[in-house]
Design a protein. Structure first.
Length: 191
């Protein structure tokens, strides 16, 4: 049965949304195409009507996850007024974010996997990093654009690293201590 272009576009969106969530939860190798399609409510056989390969899906899923994070950051920063960086640090470096990688930062969930992937995934992560640095450059303090850029990179790198470590720790107190330490240092470094 042939589906309309609109239905095909909705199906593709469902596939990418399911993949973006599941890849962040389980890693690129932790879930297969059949499982993603099932999650999207579609049959495995229809996958290649939408994507040329799993790599193509992984790249698109990364791009979606990054776009969603950037939109969330923009909404939260705008609502925060004068304390946008503090608000974003509390959002990012939270137990809630730690415990829900499927709806969280693609870099924290997938960067180590992405380093071993093909050019499409690496390009999506690279563009996500550029976007995060550009955005954070607008909320960190600094007299020059170069200083703000350097602080934005250091801030994001410390947040991602803290999230990776906090998720890896099997001790909840240590995990929370990692998040809190980086949250406090973010404020101190930007003061």
């Amino acid at each position: 049965m042939k589906v309309s272009r609109e239905e095909a576009a909705r199906n593709r969106d469902r596939i990418v949304e399911a993949a973006a969530r599941r890849f962040r939860e389980r890693g690129f190798d932790g879930i297969g195409v059949a499982d993603v399609m099932k999650e999207a409510g579609l049959t495995h056989g229809g996958f290649y009507g939408h994507f040329g390969s799993k790599d193509d899906l992984m790249a698109e899923a990364c791009s979606l996850a990054i776009r969603e994070s950037r939109e969330l950051w923009a909404r939260r920063a705008q609502a925060a007024g004068g304390d946008a960086l503090g608000t974003l640090a509390r959002l990012y470096l939270s137990p809630r974010h730690r415990d829900d990688p499927g709806h969280g930062c693609a870099a924290a969930a997938l960067a180590t996997d992405a380093a071993r992937q093909g050019p499409g995934v690496r390009r999506a992560i690279t563009e996500g990093l550029r976007g995060a640095f550009d955005f954070l450059s607008t909320v960190v303090h600094g007299r020059t654009a170069g200083l703000r850029r350097r602080r934005a990179i250091a801030t994001y790198a410390s947040w991602v690293g803290a999230m990776v470590l906090a998720r890896a720790a099997d001790d909840d107190l240590l995990s929370r201590e990692i998040l809190e330490a980086v949250r406090v240092e973010t404020h101190a470094r930007d003061a």
